[in-house]
Write a protein that binds this ligand. Structure first.
Ligand code: S3P
Length: 189
């Protein structure tokens, strides 16, 4: 379903965009939901790196963590993201820790337009409480863990080309600010 935005702006973005758009940010900020909408609006394919890792491994992320550990997961994540960045122009949602692996970060900073989606801790806690699919949140209180991850990761996320704030409303409400930010960024680059 195409979403109605100013056609001129979308056309301009598409004309200027020469790199994949990559969404980064902590678990539960809404990278996948926004990514899908962004892709639809820009008429680009969408891919979620976590889903690609699960497909490649033939098992879900919790099982990869449990059986092989986080370091093994990060290696697989790197290979998958490298492959995705070699593919066609598209919107890619990445797992929250992907950009914390230096060799993956290097690729992402160099080859993509990065968008950091930032949300309040309570929004992330609420959203992540809906599933038990995130191994890093299974070992304790999710608010504490997300707070610690924020302290560690925000200095890296802050290097993104664009930052958008996600509130506890429908993903659609951050689509417009995201498009405006992409448009401004590409004009000023
Ligand atoms: C992780 C985030 C998850 C997933 C894995 C590890 C992280 O993806 O890649 O559980 O380190 O923040 P989402 O950010 O899509 O939940």
């Amino acid at each position: 379903m195409a979403l109605a935005y100013e056609d001129d702006m979308i056309t301009d973005i598409r004309r200027r965009l020469d790199r994949p758009v990559v969404l980064i940010g902590l678990m539960g900020v809404g990278k996948t939901r926004l990514g899908r909408m962004l892709a639809t609006t820009l008429d680009l394919p969408f891919v979620d790196s976590d889903e690609e890792i699960e497909k490649a491994a033939g098992m879900d992320i919790s099982d990869i963590f449990e059986r092989y550990g986080e370091a093994h997961f990060r290696d697989g994540e790197h290979r998958v993201i490298k492959r995705l960045l070699e593919g066609p122009l598209r919107v890619i949602a990445t797992g929250g820790g992907a950009i914390m692996t230096p060799k993956t970060a290097e690729l992402m900073w160099e080859k993509t337009l990065t968008i950091w989606i930032k949300a309040d801790i309570d929004v992330m806690v609420e959203r992540t409480s809906r599933t038990d699919k995130r191994p890093l949140l299974q070992s304790g209180d999710s608010k504490t863990i997300l707070g610690e991850l924020a302290d560690k990761r925000y200095p890296i996320y802050e290097k993104a080309d664009i930052m958008v704030e996600s509130h506890n409303g429908p993903a659609k409400s951050i689509l417009e600010p995201t498009l405006n930010a992409i448009d401004s960024y590409l004009r000023l680059r």
